[in-house]
Design a protein around this ligand. Structure first.
Ligand code: ATP
Ligand code: MG
Length: 570
């Protein structure tokens, strides 16, 4: 490919709207252009990278027996009603009506449509297992589309669905995908970490996310640095053992303390001169399953995802001042569990262990002292509600957890029978008995992976593509295209490399060398071959983008030198 015939619209200015490196660099280096918020065109360079990632994904899916299909993007609303997700998915679902007024949506994910598809064609256990996948556009009307390709409203995903006879079969399919994901992200040149994850609105029980570790990541990962423990989970899922009071105490009689205007944990701790570990926070939530009060220790934060899972709620919102007054009879800041009626209490396991704690008294300017769970209020439900922080003990080995930011590039879920039950997907076993199919689903954000690679591989000059997914692995730059000797040698280098199967771009533009070098660094080709002063002696300069290391090679040795520098991941 020749630069004069190729659309690489690099920008001189750094785009002001881009907050993270991948967004900034992909715009600046001419890889993407925005069409609407969260909607992008992939320009020729990005499209080449995309195809390389897709190729890796496809090879690894096929290796595990995945069969590629293409499901419709437009999905009938009735299938989503059947699965129960038409209402659950909320405003993220792009909904539309056809000319007859029938409901449709643009697929954000494809469990419904594939379950229905397999239902139509599956009869016998002999047909199982089945692994079907597709690589295709997905649509999610994200609340905050941002960071370029990292969080779009239209993006490309690989989604595979597994269909098995039983849990044992699912375990095998899940393992296969887990291993395949390792290979995919390794081959893409990414540093990543699989972590335990919450399964969210997709449903199911067991799930892992594959996180590319990068400062721009929106996900927070807690992990144990100590071998061989290896515990790792995203913050929504992360656990840490509940602590118990250090010194045993006898329960004391309940008493009211006057706390005028002391609403927050900080207020009350300083006013009463006590530790926040003495306090119990009572947080009222309005949910689709009614009103709940969540109780956590004063120095802890509530993990809303854990609360949501504990009560099986889809929507959850902290109660406003009006609701608080109606339910507790007191203004904000004095809510407590004692005598609180009409609200289910969900109690963190740590709170359940507490003795003689301080809580709000459900009256203005008052708290209770010496509150004892079980004695002074009925504990409806005890569960883990805490948000885990860096430094909290590891749930497996007890040593302090470390924290990192990650970009979720893939997620694998054990769905179990959630969708087969809702949509009637069954098969006949060898005894002729009708059984529910056990499912799994496995997604990779392909366009997000592209951006994640840039987040991990760039420097102040531009992108530094891992060779396996670079748009071109080599750029040949004649310093002066009007110089006959240089132009001819560059042309020869270009021809030789192309013939050897190396993906090479010839920068034959009549630009100043500084401009071409800058662009080469910005676009991030792993190798640059400069044809300049030494062209007369038949020597070319080979420079490695990542290290800046360079050497002179004669034309005859060029292919060998390039191949050895690119290594196996060419
Ligand atoms: P997130 O938590 O980041 O919103 P998700 O958990 O909702 O993602 P999944 O339903 O697990 O996403 O989708 C599978 C994969 O698709 C994700 O692991 C991610 O790589 C990618 N993905 C999801 N949402 C987006 C998006 N808005 N833009 C780009 N890629 C996305
Ligand atoms: Mg996910």
């Amino acid at each position: 490919m020749r630069a004069t015939e190729y659309l690489i619209p690099t920008l001189r200015e750094t785009p002001a709207e881009a907050e993270v490196a991948s967004h900034r660099l992909l715009l600046k280096a001419g890889f993407i252009r925005q069409s609407a918020s969260g909607v992008y065109t992939l320009m020729p360079l990005a499209h080449r990278v995309l195809l390389k990632i897709i190729n890796i994904v496809r090879e690894e899916m096929n290796r595990e027996g995945g069969q590629e299909i293409l499901l419709p993007i437009i999905q009938p609303g009735e299938l989503w009603l059947k699965s129960g997700r038409w209402d659950v998915y909320g405003p993220e679902l792009f909904r539309l009506k056809d000319r007859h007024g029938r409901d449709f949506c643009l697929g954000p994910t494809h469990e419904e449509i594939i379950t229905e598809l397999v239902r139509g064609d599956l009869r016998s256990y002999k047909q199982l297992p089945i692994l079907l996948y597709q690589i295709q556009n997905k649509y999610r009307d994200e609340r905050r589309p941002r960071f370029g390709l990292l969080r779009g409203r239209e993006f490309i995903m690989k989604d595979l669905y597994s269909f098995d006879r039983d849990e044992a079969g699912l375990e095998i399919s899940y393992r296969k995908m887990y291993e395949a994901y390792h290979r995919v992200f390794s081959r893409c040149g990414l540093k990543f970490r699989p972590v335990e994850a919450d399964s969210g609105p997709i449903g199911g029980s067991v799930s892992h996310e594959f996180m590319v570790l990068a400062g721009a990541g929106e996900a927070i990962v807690l992990y144990c640095q100590h071998d061989p423990c290896g515990y790792a989970a995203n913050v929504e899922k992360a656990k840490s053992p509940a602590t118990r009071p250090q010194t045993p105490e006898d329960p004391q009689p309940l008493e009211v303390v006057h706390t005028p205007g002391q609403r927050t944990v900080e207020d009350v701790t300083s006013y009463l001169g006590i530790d926040p570990e003495r306090i119990v926070k009572t947080l009222l939530y309005e949910t689709d399953r009614g009103l709940f009060a969540a109780l956590v220790r004063g120095d802890r934060e509530l993990n809303e995802v854990k609360l949501q899972n504990a009560i099986g709620a889809v929507h959850l919102e902290m109660a406003g001042a009006e609701t608080i007054r109606r339910v507790t009879g007191a203004p904000v800041g004095f809510t407590g569990p004692v005598g609180l009626h009409g609200v289910e209490l969900v109690v963190d396991e740590e709170v359940a262990n507490m003795v003689n704690c301080i809580t709000g008294a459900n009256q203005a300017d008052a708290h209770y002292r010496n509150v004892n769970p079980g004695r002074d209020f009925k504990v409806d439900r005890i569960t883990d509600l805490r948000l885990v922080h860096e430094g909290d003990p590891c749930p497996h080995c007890g040593r302090p957890l470390a924290m990192a930011r990650g970009i979720e590039v893939g997620q694998v879920f054990k769905l179990g029978t959630k969708y087969s039950e809702a949509m009637g997907l069954t098969y006949l076993d060898e005894h002729g008995a009708e059984k529910l199919v056990v499912m799994g689903c496995y997604g990779i954000g392909v366009t997000r992976t592209l951006a994640a690679a840039v987040e991990q591989h760039h420097d102040e000059h531009g992108i530094v593509w891992p060779a396996a997914i670079a748009p071109f692995t080599v750029v040949v730059v004649p310093v002066n295209v009007r110089d006959e000797v240089q132009a001819t040698l560059a042309e020869q280098a270009y021809e030789m490399l192309s013939a050897a199967g190396v993906e090479v771009l010839l920068d034959d533009r009549a630009e100043r060398p500084g401009v071409k070098f800058k662009d080469a660094d910005l676009v991030g080709y792993p190798l640059r071959i400069t044809v300049g002063k030494t062209a007369g002696e038949g020597l070319l300069e080979l420079r490695v983008r990542r290290t800046g290391e360079s050497r002179l090679v004669p034309l005859a040795d060029l292919v060998g030198a390039v191949q050895s520098l690119l290594g196996d991941d060419r």
